[in-house]
Design a protein around this ligand. Sequence first.
Ligand SMILES: [Mn+2]
Length: 315
Amino acid sequence: MIQKIIMNKIAIIGHKNPDTDSIVSALVGVELFAKVFGEESLAYRAGELNNETKFVLKEIGVQPPLLMETLTGDVSVALVDHNEAGQISDQIDCSKIDYIIDHHKLSVKTEKPIFCAAQFIGSTASLIAKMFFEKNIAISESSCKLLLAGILSDTLNLTSPTTTQEDKELVVKLNEVAKLEIEGFVAGMFAAKSNLEGISIEDIITMDYKAYEMGDKNVGVGTWETTSPQSVNEKKDAIFERLIEKKVAEKLDSLFFMVVDIIGQNCQLYLIGEDEEKLAKSVFGGEIENKVMVLPGVVSRKKQIVPQLTEELNK
Ligand SMILES: [Mn+2]
């Protein structure tokens, strides 16, 4: 089915390979635009939902955003949870971007002035919650639940080094309305995220995959967050094979894959070739065993992998 956006409405959309934060940010974005900016908008998604997001939407009883298939007419676009060219839906003409609400490094170059809210904070959901609270505007109960899910997902239940004091305070404040039983909800999210039933090798690689420009190199970094790294390691050979194909097909200079152990708070960095091994050695300095470097305490691609690789490749 082809969805055409009605003229004068703002299309709110998160990144390709959407995660929970980018889906809830688009959904709650509609309430934000209505209440804070007085603008009509529609929520979209740039791809299929992952299992964690499916769990979240089912628990809260909210329909997913529409899949962005075509975008026609004189529309205005609001990007949430991303701004890097390689992560923007192929359907989007970048000259239509009028708003960015994000918590990643800024990389987009715009041709005109835009509204940009960006902050170092644990999730885009946190930033959206703040935008309501700062204006003393009430948030609906279902939006409070969605925002909580976004914060708890992106910060791995407030344990990731990307977590700020503000995130912790926002969880408490949002839960005054949402009244979620947080520990149980998070356990459900993590179980859904870790469940490999019906998940192909391709899914493991691409579900949380992002491409970056680092210096003059194109670098891909995929992540799989799980409570059971063993379940992924069992498929290591097949994952390596598929990663090598992806690197060639997408003309990447390097391609990394992180298996993040949410409970053990570490990451196994899969190193598919000599380029990756060399880079990982000089940037992270760990031991490589069977093409895997274990990085204790590393769980965040955004904070603990991408800036370090970018710095090295900018040299
Ligand atoms: Mn995010």
